[in-house]
Design a protein. Structure first.
Length: 89
């Protein structure tokens, strides 16, 4: 698994969100999140290109955690359906 090769940076939250989708009625979207306390600004969502996954943003998320301006917003990197660790409906 890619996250075994590129483990999430310290402080990142890893989750799989179940959504209603497809023939069996469910799918999951894999997400890395840089959690913040009391985020005021709109969230920033990072979407990888075709053939890559959210793990691509691991180092970028780590650098965001060191910037005060980025601590005011929730930052998510997600694997769209059919890529990375998300479901393949």
């Amino acid at each position: 698994a890619l996250l075994n090769v590129v483990p999430p940076s310290a402080g990142l939250r890893v989750s799989d969100v179940d959504i209603p989708f497809g023939v069996d009625g469910r799918a999951s979207i894999h997400t890395l999140e840089l959690p913040t306390e009391g985020a005021q600004a709109p969230p920033l969502v990072l979407l990888p290109g075709y053939g890559t996954g959210a793990a691509l943003f691991n180092q970028l998320l780590r650098s965001f955690s060191d910037r005060p301006a980025m601590r005011s917003r929730r930052i998510l990197a997600t694997d769209p359906l059919g890529t990375g660790f998300s479901s393949r409906p």
